[in-house]
Design a protein around this ligand. Structure first.
Ligand code: NDP
Length: 309
């Protein structure tokens, strides 16, 4: 029997685990892919207080080692279902069932697709959602990044180091991404901004060969030849498995305020998977602390309560 089972081993989940184990609780983290969550693919993190410069991989690895070094258990399994019993909760994976006093849902978010015909088929054949993972395959080639947030700008910066040409395709002229990043990118010779356009079609047989773009101001459609297209248009939550257990909003984010409580006793949520205004590394870590401490307090109360046979 665990005190806390954490679903998701990203920044929020690992931070929650640190608080749990340091409070003497038995903590298990279930992660379906890899520790670290989204930040692991960020080449540079320069806005985490107290750490002027670190790679996402280094940051995530440090967090993982800290949590497991303190005693949190980590298992690469997908949590498929949670049963909310009277005295305990049960988390089911394909192979196992884990009994626990409390649960923290820290499932993060996954990349949003463009939703174009053929997009799935071109994954690994010209379309990617992770520049740091796949950028090196496009050395000396012509690529584009779609999006105007920090991910898109960071991806373009990363690709500019490998590619002959990098287009930044964005649907308007203003960027959500940081101004400093934008200015550095603007100074690069092999980066070109294609603004006020949307991607309407993907061209190619087995391998992506180009895209059809539409200028949203003039309505003009035109083709651009490309070897690779990196999609960085934000994230969406991955909470389908728990949508009947906790309340979610119309986009699928788990409804919770800054106290990270879901409205279901003993089930907490942390990080990008919950409703919130700012999704950053710092807010994910902060959520981890809040949810971790709330789960500790809940588990201690459950411990003290007489068994209900
Ligand atoms: P964002 O939500 O910040 O940006 C998504 C971008 O994609 C927007 O420019 C948006 O356009 C565009 N977009 C959305 N949907 C579509 C669509 N269907 N077609 C075309 N364009 C679309 O997502 P990010 O992944 O960039 O960032 C998520 C969060 O993570 C942010 O808070 C960001 O600051 C943070 N982050 C922090 C990093 C760091 O600290 N080092 C690194 C990377 C991300 P529009 O602007 O018009 O809505």
């Amino acid at each position: 029997m665990y005190d806390i089972v954490i679903v998701g081993g990203g920044t929020a989940g690992l931070s929650a685990a640190i608080y749990g184990v340091r409070a003497g609780k038995k903590v298990l983290i279930l992660e379906k892919k890899n520790y670290g969550g989204q930040i692991i693919n960020s080449p540079e993190v320069e806005n985490y207080p107290g750490i002027p410069h670190i790679s996402g991989y280094e940051f995530a690895t440090g967090l993982y080692r800290q949590a497991t070094g303190l005693g949190a258990e980590f298992s690469l399994e997908e949590a498929l279902r949670i049963e909310d019993g009277k005295d305990k909760k049960v988390v089911f994976t394909a192979e196992n069932r884990y009994e626990t006093a409390s649960v923290i849902l820290a499932t993060g978010a996954r990349n949003r697709p463009l939703g174009l015909e053929g997009e799935r088929e071109f994954i690994g054949a010209g379309i990617s959602y992770c520049a740091t993972c796949d950028g090196a395959f496009f050395r000396g080639r012509e690529t584009a990044v779609v999006g105007g947030g920090n991910t898109a700008l960071e991806d373009a910066m990363f690709l500019a180091g490998y590619c002959k040409k990098v287009y930044v395709i964005h649907r308007r002229e203003q960027f959500r991404g940081e101004r400093a990043l934008l200015e550095t990118l603007r100074a690069k010779d092999n980066v070109e901004f294609v603004l006020n356009v949307v991607v309407e079609e993907l061209k190619g047989e087995k391998q992506l060969e180009g895209v059809v773009l539409r200028d949203v101001v003039t309505g003009r459609r035109f083709e651009k030849r490309l070897d690779g297209l990196f999609v960085a248009i934000g994230q969406m939550p991955d909470n389908d498995a728990f949508a009947e257990l906790v309340e979610t909003d119309e986009k699928g984010y788990i409804r919770a305020a800054e106290d990270c409580r879901t409205g279901v006793d003993g089930i907490f949520t942390a990080g990008d998977c919950r409703t919130k205004a700012v999704r950053q590394l710092t807010t994910a870590a902060a959520d981890g602390a809040v949810a971790g401490l709330a789960a500790c307090e809940y588990a201690a109360r459950t411990d003290a309560a007489p068994a209900n046979d």
